[in-house]
Design a binder for this molecule. Structure first.
Ligand SMILES: O=C(O)c1cccc(C(=O)CC[C@H]2O[C@@H](n3cnc4c(=O)[nH]cnc43)[C@H](O)[C@@H]2O)c1
Length: 236
């Protein structure tokens, strides 16, 4: 389970009974609260998150104990009114919202990198897992956008919503985590607790404590879902 910062990792760890054991690996430090889960504070932004998760996946594979699932977790901005502060969102798609080129001639003034002939901009978590996580935690289901720049104006929020009508939240790591997972053929999930509305920047109004508490509560309910979900028998 990969968060951006240690405060988010510790919020996830708060759902486990035992204190986490620390394991230092090349390029990444894991916190292991339980034999079944490793937590890491993978860093802020898609590039560092991808590098850290890739290091953990490679170490596990070389050890002969590959991961069955990668979870991107943390706080996020929520698009009002669907994703209010304190609510939970589970991604049915993880989309890189600013990976592409500005293009005045194109609809919306933007071309995703796929239309330039490269790579991908969206990863889709397993539908059955998204459904089960939503049912267990009460998380709303929708697209979670990955951005490299936190939205700070109503105009930018409106542009994102127009391009991605199904978007419920934006954060900064999901797509990087998903790219690393995809490179290892490992399924990915993204779950976010909303700390602030996406819109005009007002950092003082972020409800980080409330969102971290929601994250701890969500992971308390997730363990049975994750333990019973079998990547080998899910049907899309
Ligand atoms: O200052 C603190 O105590 C603190 C505790 C936990 C987390 C933070 C962060 O600043 C986390 C940054 C992380 O949060 C995501 N995020 C949250 N809101 C937004 C947003 O509106 N747009 C984009 N990303 C957002 C993001 O994934 C950051 O990496 C501080």
């Amino acid at each position: 389970m990969a968060t951006a910062v240690p405060a988010e990792r510790d919020a996830v760890a708060g759902a486990f009974a035992e204190p986490a054991r620390e394991v230092r690996l090349p390029g990444v430090t894991l916190h292991c609260p339980d034999a079944a889960y490793d937590l890491l504070a993978a860093g802020v932004g898609p590039a560092l998150a991808a590098a850290s998760v890739s290091a953990a996946l490679t170490a596990a594979a070389l050890d002969g104990t590959p991961y069955g699932l990668v979870v991107s977790a943390g706080i996020a901005g929520g698009f009002p009114p669907e994703a209010p502060v304190g609510s939970l969102v589970v991604a049915d798609e993880i989309t890189a919202a600013d990976l592409g080129a500005e293009s005045p001639q194109s609809p919306g003034g933007f071309l995703p990198v796929t239309e330039l002939g490269f790579g991908t901009v969206t990863h889709r978590p397993p539908k059955s897992l998204v459904r089960e996580v939503s049912a267990a935690t009460g998380a709303r289901t929708g697209a979670v956008l990955t951005v490299s720049t936190v939205t700070g104006t109503a105009a930018r929020a409106a542009v994102l919503r127009a391009r991605h009508p199904g978007a419920l939240a934006e954060a900064m790591e999901g797509f990087g985590v998903a790219e690393a997972a995809a490179a290892h053929g490992t399924p990915v999930l993204e779950i976010r607790a909303v700390s602030n509305p996406v819109g005009p920047r007002d950092r003082a109004a972020w409800r980080i404590g409330e969102a971290l508490a929601a994250l701890t509560a969500a992971f308390g309910k997730l363990a049975p879902v994750l333990e019973s979900w079998n990547p080998h028998d899910h049907h899309e």
